[in-house]
Structures are given as C-alpha cells and as structure tokens.
Design a protein around this ligand. Sequence first.
Ligand code: ATP
Ligand code: FE
Length: 335
Amino acid sequence: VFILSIESSCDDTAAAVMHNDKVLSNVVANQLIHQQYGGVVPELASRAHQQNIVPVIDAALQKAGVAKEQLNAIAFTQGPGLMGSLLVGTSFAKSLSLALDIPLIAVNHMHAHILAHFIDEEGFDKPEFPFLALTISGGHTQIVKVNGFFEMEIIGETTDDAVGEAFDKTAKILGLPYPGGPLVDKYAQSGNPKAFEFTKPKVPGLDFSFSGLKTQILYFIQKNVAQNPDFIAENINDICASIQHTIIKILMDKLKSAVAETGITQVAIGGGVSANSGIRSTLKEAEAKYGWKTFIPKFEYTTDNAAMIGIVGYQKYLHRKFNDKSVVSKARIEF
Ligand code: ATP
Ligand code: FE
C-alpha cells in the first residue's frame, strides 16, 4: 500500500510517501519567516503553506519514486493546530482524494507524535500495547496510556504551558532566537546542571505546570543581570543546563508516578521536545535504573513531520477507517 501524507498544522509544510509501514520519503519545508517575529504568525504560516504545499508534495513523490496514480490513499492532519494552516493541508488532501478517487484519512496530530514509533526503521523497536507515552511538544505535555492504535487515554497533562513553550520562553528571556528549544539544548551540553537551583512546581496527580518555572526564570535572570550586565553571556551554558535539568526532573518524576500507578514499564517519548539530548539520555538511563523498556524516536520523527501522519494513515487504512469529503479541520480536536 502506498500512502501520501500531509502535515500542515503549524509552521512546517511536510509531505511523506509510505510503503506500508516504511518511509520512502519524508520532506519538510521549514518556514524561517517567523524567526524575526519571535513566534509563529498564523497569517504568515497559512500563506507560506499555500506556497510550499505543491512543491513539497512533488518532492516527496519524486524522492519516493512513486507516481500519484500509484497512491492507494491520502492522509492529512485534521488537528489540533492553527486553523489557517490546517485548512491548506485538508483542502489539498480532499482535492487529491477526489481527483485520484482514493480514500481520504484524517489523522490526529497528537496520536501521530505517539504512533511514530510504529514506523519500520532499522535499529528501532516498536512498543507493545499497552505502553505509556510522554508527549512533549510545542503545544502539549501529556502522559498517555496507549492501549491500541485507536485506544488511548490521557492520564496526565499540563494545566498551563507546554514543555516546548517552557524551553522557547526560557530562550526568549535569554535573548536567543525562536524557536529556542534546540539552542537551550546545545548550550546545556557544555554546562553544569547543578550550577543554579530552581524549585519544581507541586502539581497533584500526573498533571504538569510550567508557567511558574517560567516566571521564576524571568526573575532570576532580571535579578542577576541587574547586578552584572554580562551575567547571561558569562553563564549561558550553566543557566541552560540548570533549567533543562529542572525540566527533565519534573518530567521524570511524573513518569515514575505513572509507571507506579499503571504498572506499565514500557515508556515512549514523542513530540518536538523528545529531540532534546538530555531527555533522550535520561530516559535511556531509566532502562538500567528502573528496569523500564524505553522508546526514543529517530530524530527526524520528533519535531513535526508527515511520516508520523503516514504511519497512522497506514493503520487506519488497514482498518478501513476512512473519512468522507465533508471532513473539516479542527483547531481543537477530541483526543
Ligand atoms: P504540538 O505538537 O503540540 O501541536 P508543535 O507541533 O508546534 O506542537 P513540535 O514540532 O512537536 O510542536 O515541537 C516543537 C517544539 O519542540 C518547540 O517548542 C521546540 O523548541 C521544541 N524542541 C525542538 N527540539 C528541541 C530540543 N532539542 N530541546 C528542547 N526543545 C526542543
Ligand atoms: Fe507537533
């Protein structure tokens, strides 16, 4: 089965071609325009999607060596995301499905961040059901009990900011360009994680909170810069390492509670923040430390991509879960 998949939920225009559970091509066009604004500007994002979508899909088909007449289905991100961005992918997918007379498959972006682990990749094991997934991205922070491809249950989530936002806002406070998450990661690698101490929020159950940490970081920087204008430049590595260490500790504490509560010891991470080198190594260490089996996605399937949409599309195709042409994009979507 050949499936073309499209992802356009935020600021990346992406297309992939799958042959069953294998990725033949995975193309992403990043929109650099947002950098100068320090965040994604929805209006500019949808305009850029309109410009990028045809060339990106052409490139994906060409790289895969698959003609559009060979496609068996088309999968697209229905939500959650920015409405104007989602509309571009949804409308394109509908038109192509109509033109080629092939099934149309709507995919939940957050399911895709989790199910990316089912892409067939050498050296990467697939989890067995049930497993726990920690989805950490630009807009979400969730612990999900995954019972099956279409059976998932959120057992913990953030009550305010997402962990990706915590990284990006930290970066902004430090004067780093958007999106700052990868830069915080880079500086943290040469810093001392115990140099500065931040208090962790007390949140009941398996839920998270990151807005208090953000405020704490802001005051900490303001106080120190008032005493020494070069504080950030002189300590950037240690600051980033300490903040990242705190965030990882918050995530790991809740994961440990989730494992204790459910008795499930297979733990997967997904979403853009799962690209973080500190999180990846800490989770890997948990295998020996706690006896978990952990699943860390291939780097290219962490931040937004269409291959993760394609693998969900493939599973839905096998189960004949198709959508009719009246399907609509959803900025917010039921899990
Ligand atoms: P969502 O999936 O919740 O709808 P999104 O699709 O915008 O949000 P993703 O593309 O999944 O988000 O993830 C982007 C986020 O990942 C950004 O906040 C970015 O800073 C963060 N990120 C990417 N790489 C790293 C890294 N190495 N360390 C920390 N954060 C990172
Ligand atoms: Fe995402």
